[in-house]
Design a protein around this ligand. Structure first.
Ligand SMILES: *[C@@H]1O[C@H](CO)[C@@H](O)[C@H](O)[C@H]1NC(C)=O
Length: 206
């Protein structure tokens, strides 16, 4: 990590550290929920006193871990607008997207109440399994990925972490998607909205 101590102590740094840890757990929960892997690929754990799932497979665990921890410096600077977990069909067309939309207040200078922030984030972990009926049944041979959308492009020279985040040629929908909110919270210095995106009925079929 090339962040200095001071950055780590800033309210935004503290918030970012808690958020990326949360995202790692939440993304694993989403992948578990969607049944992309057999249930045996996960083990039950407690996190923030909620039963969650942790990936057993090192490659899966590391993919999620490195993708979200690579975002930490950018979350802290308020550069990350959305973190998306995208499920694709075998034609590489997105069928469902889980979006975490982040709002970071860079002017906030007071202490972050760690327990309050964790309590707010915890409600997402409780809500996620309940949101399953709102989600689509995925095709058998689907693939998924984590994608981050930046408010502006990070300066690649500033950090090695940015190299993890290369522009993608992920196929997009042509029509605005149908949005289903799942959960939102707003605290200082962080607001989070979690919602689902599905292709609109007007979306041209391939
Ligand atoms: C950001 O934080 C500052 C300082 O606490 C506060 O005055 C301001 O209203 C906040 N901005 C937003 C958009 O919430």
């Amino acid at each position: 990590m090339n962040m200095d101590h001071k950055d780590n102590q800033s309210p935004q740094g503290e918030m970012a550290r808690i958020l990326v840890e949360f995202l790692e757990v939440a993304i694993t929960s989403i992948v578990f929920l969607k049944g992309v892997y057999p249930p045996g690929a996960f083990e039950r754990r407690r996190y923030m006193n909620v039963v969650v799932h942790k990936a057993r497979h090192p490659q899966l665990r590391e993919y999620i871990h490195f993708a979200v921890s690579g975002l930490l410096p950018f979350v802290q600077k308020g550069l990350v607008e959305r973190v998306a977990i995208i499920f694709f069909n075998n034609e590489n067309i997105p069928v469902e997207r889980f979006i975490f939309k982040l709002t970071v207040n860079l002017s906030y200078g007071s202490r972050v109440e760690e327990a309050d922030l964790e309590f707010s984030l915890r409600s997402f972990l409780i809500k996620l399994p309940l949101s399953e009926p709102l989600t689509k049944v995925l095709p058998h041979d689907c693939r998924w990925e984590i994608t981050a959308y930046f408010r502006s492009l990070p300066h690649t020279t500033a950090s090695k972490d940015a190299e993890l985040w290369i522009p993608t040629d992920t196929k997009q929908w042509q029509q605005p998607p149908v949005i289903t909110p799942i959960k939102s919270m707003s605290s200082e210095p962080l607001g989070v909205q979690l919602y689902l995106e599905h292709p609109s009925l007007a979306e041209p079929k391939p």
